[in-house]
Design a protein around this ligand. Structure first.
Ligand code: CTP
Length: 414
């Protein structure tokens, strides 16, 4: 039977298991969430394995089960798992685990993952009434709540000690219902809910012969961050990707490979009609070799004096899209060098030339614009008027820029 709550959008959920007797209920919760369409990964604390062992958790989920940072690939994997998770549920959350979360400890894989996570966290405590009512636990819980953590309160009933009182873990179906409700509200309240957005990212390769090409150093990281930020604001996102390291590609984003400028341009022009927002981050080669040799170019007597490649202009993906779809909300990027004034002047000229709704100007130089160092983005409108400036990591810039895009997009539709 399909669950009536299956309408909650499928999410990547991590369930962290604390060392409490109620851990025996969590396989039911995990199975129910998997049935509802979610992608579930389990991280038990080492002590919780006394209650439910790894064999049970491995049988339930498609992921390897680790509890310690030093196990196999667990240490490397947890940052990625934490980054990709949409929700972490800690259940049962024991008094000790709650105290460790409050203190920001990272003494096992679960607490380390929790520290690395930026997604919503739900804590489902279960313990003896006396422990639940102890001022230390109360204080810890209220601190977790003040950090935005959602607490699903324990219920009254029989406890494992033989006593009766508040402290029981709610039934797995009730927890799953609360989780699905939470996911549904979170998603429907997002500002770009119901909006389709695409991002061009990476660097195109323009073939010279079957093994050589003209390329550029773009990693695609900024475009991937923007795609993820648009997704997290509720948009349905497609990434037109040129040579991006698969590890960087964001989850829950449709990926369409567009390796050359011509393919990217044709694909975007073909698909753009179905979108509301287009963000153009790709480093598109402005030129390509006029002829592509069908065999590898060899050293020969003919080219002893050197080899001349004739280059022809590539289409401008952004400008062509603006021209073809003037209604589309478009955001261009401009990487410029020089002092602040030169950068701004060049960016404003580009904004007027390309006609995008917004243009984000990024100053690049020896220190800025590369790798993970902090960047600055100045956003101008199509007439070149400066709207705002953001500074921060590529991740933070992507978040700030996309919030601004969501705001301007909404206003443009009012
Ligand atoms: N762009 C594009 N297609 C191209 C070149 C650029 O879609 N053939 C887009 C980029 O994705 C970016 C914006 O246009 O959003 C500006 O790119 P940039 O390389 O800074 O500009 P160019 O047009 O190459 O201008 P210039 O060479 O004068 O700096």
């Amino acid at each position: 039977m399909v669950s009536p709550l299956a309408a909650a959008p499928p999410q990547r959920i991590i369930i962290g298991i604390g060392a409490g007797i109620a851990a025996y209920k969590i396989p039911y919760l995990a199975r129910r969430l998997i049935k509802d369409g979610h992608d579930v990964r389990i991280i038990p604390t080492p002590a919780s394995l006394e209650f439910v062992g790894k064999t049970t958790w491995s049988a339930l989920s498609d992921y390897p089960v680790y509890s310690d940072v030093f196990e196999a690939d667990a240490g490397v994997d947890h940052v990625e798992a934490a980054r990709q998770a949409d929700l972490i549920i800690v259940a049962p959350a024991t008094a000790d685990l709650i105290a460790r979360m409050r203190a920001g400890r990272a003494d096992d894989l679960l607490t380390t993952t929790l520290l690395a996570a930026t997604c919503p966290v739900v804590v489902v405590p279960a313990m003896h009434t006396a422990m639940w009512e102890h001022p230390a636990t109360k204080d810890n819980i209220s601190m977790l709540r003040s950090r935005g953590i959602v607490v699903i309160e324990p219920v009254e009933g029989d406890l494992s000690s033989g006593d009766t009182g508040r402290g029981r873990l709610p039934e797995p179906d009730d927890i799953a219902t609360a989780i699905n409700d939470l996911l549904r509200t979170e998603v429907t309240q997002l500002p770009l809910n119901g909006t389709r957005a695409f991002v061009t990212a990476g660097g195109t390769h323009e073939a010279i012969d079957p093994v050589r090409f003209i390329g550029n150093r773009s990693s695609g990281r900024q475009g991937c961050e923007i795609a993820a930020a648009l997704r997290d604001l509720g948009a349905d996102v497609t990434l037109f990707a040129a040579h991006i390291d698969p590890e960087l590609l964001p989850s829950r984003v449709r990926i369409v490979e567009t390796p050359t400028a011509q393919i990217m341009c044709e694909t975007v022009l073909h698909e753009a009609q179905a979108f509301h927002i287009g963000v153009f981050v790709a480093a598109v080669a402005d030129f390509r070799p006029r002829e592509v040799a069908d065999q590898k170019i060899k050293k020969s007597t003919e080219n002893e004096g050197g080899l001349t490649l004739e280059l022809v202009r590539n289409p401008d993906v952004l400008a062509s899209t603006v021209e073809t779809y003037p209604e589309l909300f478009t955001v261009g990027f401009a990487a410029e060098t020089g002092n602040t004034e030169d950068v701004l002047r060049a960016g404003r000229d580009k904004a007027r030339r390309k006609g995008a709704t917004l243009l984000a100007i990024n100053r690049v130089g020896a220190q800025e614009g590369f790798g993970n160092v902090d960047n600055e983005l100045t956003v101008v409108d199509h007439s070149g008027q400066v709207l705002t400036t953001f500074a921060g990591s590529k991740h933070d810039l992507a978040r700030s820029l996309c919030e601004m895009i969501a705001d301007y997009y909404r206003r443009s539709r009012e």
